[in-house]
Design a protein around this ligand. Structure first.
Ligand code: TYM
Length: 378
């Protein structure tokens, strides 16, 4: 089967390297975002997001079809999500930051799915904690700054009637053997896991159900979620709906290098509730460095910024591409030391987290108004 061990929605190998992404996208059957596609997005959106320029969002499925249709006046809607099993880290927020940009530039609706049922089935987390993290994660996500009137949050167990009635239709077209092949389940996995992917498919066509006409859907996510949508794309046309389009990112790696920032080990990631001192300490202590062992060697030979955690995160958060290029050059040539690079990244991250934390109080007041309500969709 093409869905390799190494990446499933629930397991990402620590060995994952930058050079593996194109191969994996290829094996999954997704296309790479090339220069032409970036120019096209720029033409329509009026600007290009650094996540595209830096190839963080690097791959897609049928993005061209969604753009063709958009240019003819038929808007797509955006759909993305979060499994609320714990506190969110910087990596989890990445697709939401990009989704906000897409929502602003394309002026479209967004559905955010919170898969509390998924985490109940796949993780050892009790219902009380799930409820706590559901609320907390939704607030973190909304703090990114989505448009209130165009943003609709679906929580699987709260909106179960709406979702379940559609999920059974999806599940009727998925066999146990295909789920085993795609996700690597065995006979000893609980049967809820086998059904779950049907729930994650539903928001990809729910707008079409509610509006009574086909509406295109575009889904931003990191590549671990792709197996779900590969299945959705097989099933949805059988139900009379469009295949969803996707725009797919790489992972923010673990602080320690490789793999992805993981929620099972707090020292591998920067968490949204980390205070400025903790962020700085984590970077100084754990961040994988592309610099040399001593300041002297660094001055002489320079660093490899491409594999450096601090540089990579700095690059994601710095909107000024000219500035990023200068930092790259200074670090690569040895003019800048590893500690300075980490300090710069810490400042950038702390600024970003402060913005998120200050927005949280504002969105908390309007929490209920973001919840999915079919009567608000015209
Ligand atoms: P979850 O909660 O594991 O992750 C939320 C989103 O973050 C992405 N992601 C990352 N991106 C960059 N760097 C990382 N280190 C990193 N780790 C995770 C994930 O790909 C995801 O986009 N089942 C899903 C929830 C979901 C969903 C969706 C996600 C439901 N519907 C539609 C995307 C699109 C989950 O548990 O995501």
């Amino acid at each position: 089967m093409t869905e390799k061990p190494g990446i499933t929605p629930w397991e990402v190998s620590n060995e994952l390297k930058e050079t593996d992404y194109d191969r994996i996208a290829n094996e999954f059957g997704a296309k790479l975002i090339d220069g032409q596609m970036i120019s096209r997005i720029k033409k329509i959106a009026g600007e290009v997001h650094p996540f595209l320029t830096h190839r963080i969002f690097f791959s897609h499925r049928d993005l061209d079809i969604a753009l063709d249709s958009y240019e003819k006046g038929n808007k797509f809607y955006l759909y993305t999500g979060r499994g609320p099993s714990g506190e969110m880290h910087l990596g989890h927020l990445l697709p939401f930051v990009f989704t906000k940009w897409l929502q602003d530039r394309f002026d479209v609706d967004l559905i955010v799915q919170i898969t509390d049922d998924e985490k109940y089935l796949f993780r050892d987390v009790n219902e009380r904690d799930l409820e706590k993290y559901t609320k907390q994660n939704i607030l973190d996500i909304l703090s990114v700054g989505f448009r209130p009137e165009k943003t609709h949050v679906l929580v699987d167990t709260h909106h179960s009637g709406l979702l379940y009635n559609q999920a059974i239709k999806v599940s009727k077209h998925i066999t146990a053997s295909s789920v085993k092949a795609v996700f690597g389940f065995s006979d000893s996995d609980n049967i809820g896991k086998y059904f779950f992917t049907s729930m994650q498919s539903v928001p990809a066509f729910i707008m079409s159900v509610l509006k009574g006409r086909n509406v295109r859907c575009m889904i931003p996510y990191a590549i671990d979620q792709d197996p779900h949508f590969k299945l959705s794309r097989d099933v949805l046309p059988k139900l009379g709906y469009y295949k969803p389009s996707s725009i797919i990112s790489k992972f923010i790696p673990s602080l320690k290098g490789g793999g992805k920032m993981s929620s099972s080990d707090r020292t591998t990631g920067i968490y949204l509730d980390d205070d400025p001192k903790t962020v700085r300490r984590k970077l100084m202590k754990y961040a994988f460095s592309g610099g040399r062992d001593t300041a002297e060697e660094q001055r002489k030979y320079g660093a490899n910024p491409d594999i450096d955690f601090a540089f990579n995160v700095y690059r994601m958060l710095e909107p000024d591409i000219g500035k990023t290029s200068r930092v790259y050059e200074d670090y690569r040539s040895g003019k800048m030391l590893s500690g300075e690079m980490k300090g710069l990244a810490a400042d950038m991250i702390n600024e970003f987290l402060a913005r998120i934390q200050s927005q949280r109080e504002i969105v908390e007041k309007d929490y209920d108004s973001y919840m999915f309500d079919p009567s608000k969709l015209q």
